[in-house]
Design a protein around this ligand. Structure first.
Ligand code: C2E
Ligand code: MG
Ligand code: MG
Length: 714
């Protein structure tokens, strides 16, 4: 239904226009006014669909009427047709400015009147319809928006509740390492104020050290967009207790797949670790004597073999059997038999050095892993001592008991290179003694003659090699992990053997140490490395150090500080550019005398590193007491860094230990970019390995220096 208003001072016009308007469509209501004022008054309370007004009226013209009507803001879209006799543009403009929609000339053509009015009405209806549709839509939208927001709020509240009840620490940080979220469990474990954590740096939550470590790991996730595999870490809870967590890190991404933060979740595995340790203890020890059992012996043996990888460490495995034990057992009963075995265990333990391992394999069978037998004579000496303590008379229930033992010895590496071989061969030797009535020891000594022949040939070749200057040094680059710059090189010995090409130390080092030829060889190494490093300095390279591996034999037989002082003086190398690598074995052999040598070396201004750290004793005691400057993490840990949480944990422990003692830490055997990135994140200082550069002849290392470093280290 349409409502049309007509304003005209002349009654005839009003009548005609009213009639015309009524015929525009069915259901039209027309209101006609002679006075514009009266019309305005009525229009204040009513909204028509169309207004038709005369322009020339005595009290107020059409333009003024429209202006006043339009002053009411809500009526902007009500169309107004002005009827005018004037052709002049100025009148029309005035009317348009005031808000007229269309014009009709007077005298009015009826057909035109009806057509225009109908069109405007239709337009107006459409506009109204559109406006109302838009309004409904807007209302619907608003409604659904509200319910969506409510649903979202509900679900995220529910999610937060779930996250809060999980016994897992969950925490999200942004790109700047600031906390976006931390769940109740973590808040309660660490005893912090939840509200104060939001937006605070992660160090506020985890403490300085763990926080910095977390940030470094987060940085890898942010840079690569890839999560971190689960790794074990230790944190101290608010009660001061040590807890072990299995931590995982994953990237948080926005709708555009950009990494915006890191989600860290840590599962508390403390009790699992404790249970594991307990089970391990049970599984690795003999109930009766408390000694390590066969499983633990094999484990230690394997580790000892790994430690002797370079072939410069001898060690011995003794298999021990008590002669005629079965007879005692039958005679005295099982209880007394058990007590007797306990006393044997006690005596054996008293006969070995602290680093050696005594194990009970089964029944009356024991084994001793002698970790530091430097010769067969050493092993023989211990075997005799073992026999002696077994032969001591003891008293059982009033009656004296005296027994004897049989000991079989296998030496590494000559009598076997894996645990199984060594055990088997020591056993064979032991049975040989038993077959010979016991009470003695015997070496496995496989094919003594062939071995002696091979050794004689190698000795001659080594001697000739020294004479003919067949030894050369290769240099393997070492970089600073902070800026990727080259900081030095390790000098590694190679033998350019006429018929065999380049030979690595593994093939001859052990023998050279046995026959003492390592002394002239290694003296040459020291001088050659110093001479070479001096040429780097004269070539204008930035300060660069050279690392030289020392042999235990040198410490035993030579005045090392004097030798080093001479090498420095002869070559003119700056002492701070020389780094001497010692293994833990060298240090432990004679802690006091080595410590005094090291102090003299320190006085010279030379640095000392502990090589292959982690495979040996790794004892805080000796590290604290020695003037050393660097720990070199052994390659075996670096290899498992990104896959084995234990290796990662060991590396982290070494780095923390080193830094707490003000030592710099270098990782050896870095073979992949991932290992390099992880080491950098863990705060390791320096690195060396195939990924950075292989050991290379001096001339190639020169090229590296003049090219200004390494491509892949950046
Ligand atoms: P080291 O001092 O631990 O030297 C590192 C050994 O690891 C070197 O073997 C080196 O070539 C190797 N290596 C370096 N990066 C990687 C890597 O990314 N992956 C793998 N798989 N291996 C890597 P090399 O040259 O055969 O030396 C073996 C050992 O011989 C040395 O172990 C060192 O203890 C000893 N040695 C080398 N030169 C001398 C020397 O002049 N005097 C003495 N006494 N011993 C030496
Ligand atoms: Mg080394
Ligand atoms: Mg090493």
């Amino acid at each position: 239904m349409s409502l049309i208003v007509i304003v005209d001072d002349r009654i005839t016009n009003r009548n005609i226009f009213s009639k015309l308007a009524s015929s525009i469509e069915a259901n039209v209501t027309v209101r006609a006014f002679g006075e514009p004022d009266a019309a305005l008054e009525w229009l204040a309370d009513n909204t028509p669909d169309l207004i038709i007004t005369d322009y020339k009226m005595p009290s107020m013209d059409g333009a003024e009427f429209i202006r006043r009507y339009r002053a009411n803001r809500d009526v902007a879209d009500v169309p107004v047709i002005v009827i005018t006799v004037y052709e002049e543009r100025s009148f029309r403009l005035r009317a348009l400015e005031a808000g007229a929609t269309d014009f009709l000339h007077s005298p009015v053509d009826h057909h035109e009147f009806i057509t225009r009015a109908r069109n405007l009405l239709k337009l107006h209806h459409h506009q109204k319809l559109l406006a109302s549709r838009a309004m409904t839509l807007e209302r619907e939208l608003e409604h659904s928006e509200q319910s969506r927001a409510r649903a979202l709020r509900d679900s995220s509240e529910r999610l937060a509740q779930v996250i809060d009840t999980l016994p897992i620490m969950i925490c999200a940080t942004d790109r700047d390492g600031r906390i976006m979220f931390v769940n109740s469990f973590q808040v309660s474990v660490l005893g912090v104020d939840a509200a104060a954590m939001i937006d605070a740096p992660i160090t506020t939550l985890l403490g300085e050290e763990a926080g910095r470590r977390a940030m470094a790991l987060d940085r890898i996730v942010l840079e690569t967009g890839v999560g971190q595999q689960a790794f074990e870490e230790e944190l101290i809870d608010c009660a001061g207790g040590k807890r072990v967590f299995l931590t995982t890190k994953s990237p948080l991404k926005d709708a555009g797949n950009q990494v915006t933060g890191v989600l860290t979740s840590s599962l508390d595995i403390t009790s699992r670790k404790e249970a594991e340790a307990h089970l391990r203890r049970i599984a690795h020890h003999d109930q009766l004597t408390g000694l390590p059992n066969r499983a633990l012996l094999v484990e230690r043996l394997t580790r000892q073999i790994a430690r002797a990888r370079r072939g410069d460490q001898l060690f011995a495995l003794h298999m021990i059997d008590i002669d005629g034990f079965k007879r005692f057992n039958d005679l005295l009963g099982h209880r007394a038999g058990d007590r007797y075995l306990q006393s044997i265990a006690e005596r054996l333990r008293g006969a070995v050095r602290e680093d050696d391992i005594v194990a009970r394999l089964n029944g009356d069978e024991f084994a001793v892993l002698q970790t530091s037998a430097t010769s067969a004579a050493d092993a023989a000496e211990l075997a005799q001592r073992l026999l002696d303590v077994i032969a001591e008379t003891s008293s059982f229930e009033g009656s004296p008991i005296q027994a004897s033992g049989s000991v079989g010895i296998a030496m590494h590496p000559t009598d076997g290179v894996d645990a199984e071989d060594l055990i088997k061969n020591a056993d064979l030797a032991m049975y040989r003694v038993k077959a010979d009535n016991g009470g003695a020891f015997c070496f496995f000594a496989s094919d003594m003659q062939t071995r002696a022949r091979q050794q004689a040939t190698l000795d001659a070749e080594l001697r000739r090699g020294i004479e003919n200057k067949e030894f050369v040094l290769y240099y393997q680059p070492q970089i600073d992990l902070f800026d990727g710059k080259l900081v030095g090189a390790e000098a590694l010995l190679r033998w350019r053997k006429p018929d065999a090409g380049i030979v690595s130390p593994g093939a001859f080092l052990a023998r050279a140490e046995e026959n003492g030829l390592i002394i002239p060889i290694n003296e040459w190494v020291l001088f050659e490395a110093c001479r070479e490093a001096r040429t780097w300095q004269t070539r204008g390279a930035p300060p660069m150090r050279v690392s030289v591996n020392l042999s235990p034999i040198q410490f035993r037989k030579r005045n090392v500080p004097l030798l080093v002082a001479k090498a420095l003086a002869d070559t003119g190398l700056d002492p701070s550019a020389l780094d001497l690598e010692l293994t833990e074995g060298i240090v432990m052999e004679d802690l006091e005398s080595v410590a005094s040598d090291l102090r003299s070396l320190l006085d010279l201004g030379v640095r000392v590193s502990i090589d292959d750290f982690g495979t040996g004793y790794s004892s805080l005691n000796y590290i604290k007491r020695l003037p050393i400057s660097r720990l070199k993490i052994d390659q075996s840990f670096v290899r498992g860094l990104n896959a084995d949480p234990n290796d990662a944990a060991i590396i982290r422990a070494i780095i923390t230990l080193g830094h707490s003692l003000d030592l710099s830490v270098l990782a050896e055997g870095v073979e992949t970019a991932a290992q390099l990135a992880r080491l950098r994140a863990e705060g390791c200082d320096e690195a060396q390995g195939y990924h950075i550069g292989r050991p290379m002849p001096a001339i190639e290392f020169h090229k590296l220096l003049s090219n200004g470093g390494l491509a892949q280290s950046a």
